[in-house]
Ligand binder design. Structure first.
Ligand SMILES: NC(=O)c1ccc[n+]([C@@H]2O[C@H](COP(=O)([O-])OP(=O)(O)OC[C@H]3O[C@@H](n4cnc5c(N)ncnc54)[C@H](O)[C@@H]3O)[C@@H](O)[C@H]2O)c1
Length: 380
């Protein structure tokens, strides 16, 4: 078997420039960039010159390239379903940025197509690969805080283009086919379901609190965009086993010092900080038999390894395709997450509590990747 996965990047925008193109260069022990495709063919050409590979302006032409084993789908959300399905039909493995598909039915189709053809779909966000998630799953599964009864989850930002540093026009993030839920919620929901399994039912309210956005800088600086997807979503959910939770997610929070997740257990509390990933874990215990009395920090080994970086989804895909390792960030979990997002809209519109139809069983914490630090693997 070859030791490098041949990657075609589809969509050479911000995510490609910030994460995936540099990853193919820095992690050249596992990845080889063989193609770059963008509707803006000149942009694809510029990055192909810089990082390597053949440039394409049409993704169907790239899918015919035998030098591409796996496609990294990094386009705006409304193209994901069509492009992921086309890549699988062309016999390519897939890495797809969040969300895997726009809708739940399409998510199931992707799972079935991949499974029927023995192809791997490695899904962003990369939370299941992150050392912080591994540590969180370890301490919860060892019963450090006992049975978890209440969860508070917050996954917010002010939205792309609201801060300086936009290399492209981010206005599509606020319009049909995208929005704060499809962009932000996945980080929290992959973390939650990776820890505690599937959600059983939910009830939601959703609204548009900031109906017009102005792109702050970059090529679209000053551009006004009408927001036509709710940017402010609050959800109550039931995990079964008499465990309830709340989640707020969207594009209306400029900053917060509150934890992004709190887990209230029978024997203690865990609070998690870090934004998209688990970078800090605080533990509260009042058991005098343990070495934690009151609040303390839990160490997180491996935070300086490449599994802690956003494009780790390419590494897990290489492990799955080249070495036959189980894919821990696969499409069944994302299908459950996408069903959750779709049911939020159903509940918000109907005012009714809605049951989930899929479930998800997470792997054990010790199946998650672990690597000791090695400077070669850093992207910094
Ligand atoms: N912007 C962020 O902060 C961020 C962070 C992490 C992940 N992501 C994810 O990365 C993905 C891409 O987002 P982005 O921020 O890079 O967007 P972007 O708008 O910067 O880039 C998208 C690129 O896709 C190209 N494109 C559009 N339609 C295409 C098509 N049909 N075929 C080929 N190319 C096409 C565009 O020309 C552009 O270069 C999304 O799934 C997003 O959620 C974005």
């Amino acid at each position: 078997m070859p030791d490098r996965l041949k990657i075609g990047v589809l969509g050479a925008g911000a995510a490609a420039q910030w994460y995936y193109l540099p990853a193919t260069q820095h992690w050249d022990d596992r990845l080889k960039l063989t193609a770059v495709c963008d509707v803006d063919e000149a942009r694809a050409g510029g990055f192909a010159d810089q990082y390597g590979g053949t440039a394409y302006g049409d993704y169907e032409a790239m899918l015919r390239d035998p030098e591409v084993d796996a496609v990294a789908v990094l386009t705006p959300h409304r193209f994901h379903t069509e492009q992921v399905i086309a890549a699988l039909q062309a016999g390519k493995h897939v890495m797809v940025e969040k969300p895997m598909t726009e809708g739940f039915d399409d998510a199931l189709k992707v799972c079935e197509l991949a499974e029927a053809n023995g192809l791997s779909v490695s899904c962003a966000p990369p939370n299941m690969l992150h050392p912080g998630q591994r540590r969180l799953m370890e301490i919860v599964s060892k019963g450090v805080i006992g049975k978890i009864n209440l969860i508070k989850l917050s996954q917010n930002s002010m939205g792309p283009g609201s801060r300086p540093g936009a290399p492209t026009d981010f206005s599509w993030f606020y319009q049909s086919g995208a929005g704060g839920m499809s962009s932000m919620a996945g980080y929290g929901l992959v973390r939650l379901t990776g820890l505690l399994g599937g959600v059983k039912s939910l009830s939601a309210m959703a609204t548009t609190s900031i109906p017009e956005r102005v792109m702050r800088d970059g090529p679209a600086a000053g551009k006004k965009v009408e927001v036509d997807v709710p940017d402010n979503n609050v959800i109550v959910f039931d995990m079964g086993n008499d465990t309830l939770g709340t989640m707020d997610t969207g594009y209306v929070a400029m900053g917060s010092e509150a934890p992004m997740m709190s887990l209230f257990g029978a024997d203690g509390t865990i609070e998690v900080y870090g934004g998209d990933q688990v970078l800090r874990i605080r533990l509260y215990r009042d058991d005098w038999q343990t070495d934690v009395d009151g609040w303390g920090d839990v160490d997180i080994p491996g935070l300086d390894t490449r599994w802690a970086l956003h494009p780790a989804t390419l590494l897990s895909l290489a492990d799955a395709v080249l070495d036959g390792k189980p894919l821990l960030n696969g499409p069944r979990q994302l299908a459950h997450v996408i069903e959750f997002i779709e049911k939020v809209w159903v509940s918000a519109e109907s005012g009714q509590r809605v049951d989930m139809t899929t479930d998800y069983t997470p792997p054990s914490w010790n199946e998650l990747p672990m690597e000791v630090r090695d400077d070669k693997f850093g992207l910094a």
